[in-house]
Design a protein around this ligand. Structure first.
Ligand SMILES: NC(=O)c1ccc[n+]([C@@H]2O[C@H](COP(=O)([O-])OP(=O)(O)OC[C@H]3O[C@@H](n4cnc5c(N)ncnc54)[C@H](O)[C@@H]3O)[C@@H](O)[C@H]2O)c1
Length: 391
């Protein structure tokens, strides 16, 4: 009898601890027992889910039990067929997609997709009013350094106006955590390696980087004014299956297979911290579940750019193992079993010479650091590329 009481007491205590964790914070949970069923599903808006990283993040969160609303305007910055194929892979078929209409995934019952432009403030307001999100992870943006030289205003519209609308939504429809994608490009002229979020980043060298830096500053002001917990994640050259056709790995693989030369900028003298996409989304998920708080070490006399007296954080998320561009090319050649024809060219305006992430803060905060070696990531990309394009 005493034993049964003890078990009941322990069970009750465990329920209460779990329940308080779920209510206070973060974990999407379903608990089944003979006489108790609790289901608390956290609802998250992920923007950019027809895009490369958003496509992976949506699946990661769905697998973890979240209810996910994916949003994307499916723009034609690169081949829209690839965007539709990613959506199809998550159970959203192209023929059902209409602007502003929810589509429920055929594969994930907890996934709905909506085609919307971030510039459409009225539609966003309606979305937030109806859905009452627990979290926002904002990945949709006009990406790419080089394109920002030809199409600067697209960056202002998507990355500044769109970002602003989302911040306003988070202000009026409070969320537990607003996480957004920044970039290693914000380090610009700063060449102190490894690149640390505690360094100054006042010298971006492309409009793309400047818009991302502006996002970090806008987020800080909203964290301060309206106590919105915000975290900006500076991604370091993300690559992997379903990757972006404007990025090096995709362009190199395509041209080597087609016996065409590949363009190698700065005569190959570049260093990149290539980060595998599933490592990135693991880190993003952990950060989402770790809302920013005011930092106890904040010192207004000596302000640190990575944190604040407001609930605000900036983290790097990179592999922290920089690779020479020529070694990356050799890794591709090895998997393809084919030599690349190199067209060596000078440095492209807007590009940085080297990236190398200092990961200390992320490790301390969420006990995580990407680990996939470049050789393995390149092999997985090429396997996907050959199967997808049947080459
Ligand atoms: N891939 C990388 O190496 C890398 C590196 C640093 C930062 N980032 C950032 O990570 C995020 C995701 O990048 P990605 O590589 O998946 O890019 P991506 O281009 O594949 O995905 C972005 C998605 O956002 C959508 N989008 C753009 N403007 C929009 C708008 N106004 N309204 C609604 N949707 C819009 C696009 O249609 C696209 O599908 C971006 O913010 C990017 O700047 C990426």
């Amino acid at each position: 009898m005493q034993n049964t009481d003890k078990i009941n007491n322990t069970a009750t205590k465990s329920y209460l601890v779990l329940l308080s964790l779920m209510i206070k914070n973060v974990i999407p949970c379903r608990i089944f027992t003979a006489n108790l069923y609790i289901s608390i599903t956290m609802k998250i808006l992920v923007t950019g889910t027809a895009g490369f990283i958003g496509f992976f993040l949506a699946q990661k969160l769905l697998d973890a039990g979240y209810e996910v609303i994916g949003l994307d305007n499916i723009n034609d910055y690169y081949d829209v067929q690839l965007k539709y194929a990613r959506l199809k892979e998550t159970g959203i078929s192209a023929d059902e997609i209409t602007e502003g209409k929810y589509i429920t995934s055929k594969l994930f019952p907890n996934y709905r997709f909506i085609k919307l432009d971030l510039e459409n403030e009225a539609a966003l307001r309606q979305l937030f009013e109806t859905e009452k999100f627990d979290y926002v992870c904002h990945l949709a943006a006009q990406a790419g350094v080089r394109y920002s030289l030809q199409n600067p205003y697209t960056y202002i519209q998507s990355n500044i106006v769109g970002f602003m609308h989302l911040l306003e939504m988070a202000r009026h429809f409070p969320v537990k955590h607003f996480v957004y994608a920044s970039t290693s490009s914000v380090y610009g002229l700063n060449a102190r390696m490894p690149l640390s979020p505690h360094h100054d980043t006042s010298h971006p060298i492309s409009l793309y980087a400047a818009t991302k830096k502006a996002n970090e500053m806008m987020a800080h002001s909203y964290s301060h004014l309206f106590h919105i917990p915000t975290t900006g994640l500076r991604f370091f050259t993300v690559y992997g299956p379903w990757g972006r056709p404007d990025m090096a790995l995709f362009l190199f693989t395509r041209n080597i297979l087609a016996n065409k030369p590949i363009q190698v900028f700065n005569y190959g003298e570049m260093i990149r911290d290539f980060t595998y996409v599933t490592d990135i989304v693991e880190g993003v998920k952990r950060v989402i579940e770790h809302p920013a708080t005011p930092h106890p070490d904040w010192d207004a006399q000596n302000p640190d750019p990575a944190y604040s007296s407001a609930p605000y954080r900036i983290y790097n998320i990179g592999n922290s193992r920089p690779v020479k561009l020529m070694d990356y090319i050799h890794a591709i050649e090895k998997v393809l079993g084919k030599k690349a024809q190199l067209e060596k060219l000078p440095m492209q305006p807007g590009d940085v010479h080297a990236t190398f992430a200092d990961m200390q803060d992320l490790i301390e905060a969420v006990d995580y650091k990407p680990a996939t070696p470049v050789e393995e990531g390149v092999r997985k990309f090429i396997e996907w590329y050959r199967a997808f394009y049947q080459v």
